[in-house]
Design a protein around this ligand. Structure first.
Ligand SMILES: [Zn+2]
Length: 184
């Protein structure tokens, strides 16, 4: 972790403020690792960040939402949004008054998590053509599609943003989005 981030957070996790920070977490969709985009996190917070039904744990953001750093505000706000159906979170949300930029940052990260994206972050839509970025074994056959294989007219797997379906060798198979590149 950067010394500057350590200094800013006084070596503590910037969400729960009680445990030693171990990770510099970059708040998506920002992807350059400058301190302004980062939050110092402890192991517990890091593990819970993508977990479901951790409302009890995340009451710690009742404190961190008041942190002066926009990155900490954005991440805290995003977590509050996730639990907005719970009284404690909706209570905090009704009290805070953040900059519009911070709110947009927090929400755009949420929106991104809801779409299918290729390995480079491009949004994928049904009907798109993609190229495999690595060789892919087609399950149940001895066929292996080489890297660079073009897959036309993909379908999106509805309940899983990491999967699409496409025809390879005349067979409809499930392909992980992280192994494809959208062909523009
Ligand atoms: Zn923590």
């Amino acid at each position: 972790m950067l010394d500057k981030l350590k200094e800013r957070s006084e070596s503590l996790c910037e969400l729960c403020s009680k445990t030693e920070a171990t990770t510099a977490y970059t708040v998506s969709p920002k992807n350059d690792d400058t301190i302004a985009n980062q939050v110092a996190l402890c192991n517990d917070c890091l593990q819970n960040i993508d977990a479901e039904n951790q409302g009890f744990y995340w009451r710690v953001v009742e404190g961190s939402i008041w942190n002066p750093e926009p990155s900490v505000q954005a991440l805290s706000y995003r977590i509050l949004q996730k639990y907005k159906d719970e009284d404690w979170a909706s209570g905090v949300l009704s009290m805070v008054d953040l900059d519009e930029d911070v709110v947009q940052w927090a929400l755009s990260g949420l929106a991104l998590a809801d779409v299918h994206q290729d390995a480079f972050g491009n949004a994928l839509e049904a009907g798109d053509t993609v190229v495999l970025t690595q060789a892919l074994d087609v399950k149940g056959t001895s066929f292996s599609a080489p890297k660079g294989t073009v897959v036309k007219r993909i379908r999106l797997v509805h309940d899983n943003h990491e999967q699409i379906e496409g025809k390879i060798n005349d067979q409809m198979i499930v392909i992980l989005t992280k192994y494809v590149k959208k062909n523009n």
